[in-house]
Ligand binder design. Structure first.
Ligand SMILES: CC(C)(COP(=O)(O)OP(=O)(O)OC[C@H]1O[C@@H](n2cnc3c(N)ncnc32)[C@H](O)[C@@H]1OP(=O)(O)O)[C@@H](O)C(=O)NCCC(=O)NCCS
Length: 162
């Protein structure tokens, strides 16, 4: 398994992983699949600001990706980033997620960032445990701030000081 910076050619695979998560779970608070053009715009915005997008590959196939970007836009939040990590279903439960997030941490430090935040749906208990194992601590639970599949969703905020 190889972890490397994503390239434009990886975006269709990243799109497939993201849309599978959107349609099958509440891990992303988005109702509809996104388009390749949207992922291209997202990737361009990350690149423009110097934020990494990493992919995990097995025999040239992208099986997961991770990235971080601004937590909030006000300048006082400039030392804090929010990350995301998603794997294709067959890649889950094998340590790939940890390798991706562990690869993000030094990149965030190198950019002078101080805190990394993860926003995880409360029903995604596996992801909450996953983040806790990586040194993230739960710092907030925000009841009913999300809505998807006809129900309110609670958001759990976890953070790790870098
Ligand atoms: C969350 C995720 C990034 C964790 O990466 P990972 O490499 O699978 O991490 P782990 O092996 O530590 O597994 C984390 C949890 O996923 C669940 N899991 C494990 N294997 C799984 C599999 N084959 N299929 C589905 N879920 C699985 C388990 O609940 C596990 O937690 P546990 O071991 O404490 O029970 C990854 O499972 C994933 O992409 N999930 C779908 C999208 C998602 O939830 N993204 C995160 C949004 S905050």
């Amino acid at each position: 398994m190889l972890i490397r910076p994503a390239a434009l050619v990886d975006l269709p695979a990243i799109l497939d992983i993201y849309n599978e998560v959107i349609s099958h779970s509440t891990a992303v608070y988005c109702d509809d699949p996104v388009t390749l053009a949207e992922r291209q715009a997202w990737f361009a915005a990350r690149q423009e600001k110097g934020f990494p997008v990493l992919v995990a590959c097995e025999t040239d196939k992208v099986i997961g990706y991770a990235s971080f970007g601004d937590f909030r836009s006000f300048p006082g939040y400039r030392y804090t980033v929010e990350h995301s990590v998603h794997l294709a279903p067959p890649a889950r439960g094998k340590g790939v997620g940890a390798q991706l997030v562990n690869a993000l941490l030094p990149l965030a430090r190198d950019m002078g960032k101080h805190v990394m935040v993860g926003a995880v749906d409360a029903a995604n208990e596996g992801s909450i445990r996953f983040h806790q194992r990586l040194g993230f601590s739960e710092v907030a639970r925000m009841p009913e701030v999300g809505f998807k599949f006809g129900r309110w969703l609670d958001l759990v905020m976890l953070q790790r000081v870098l």
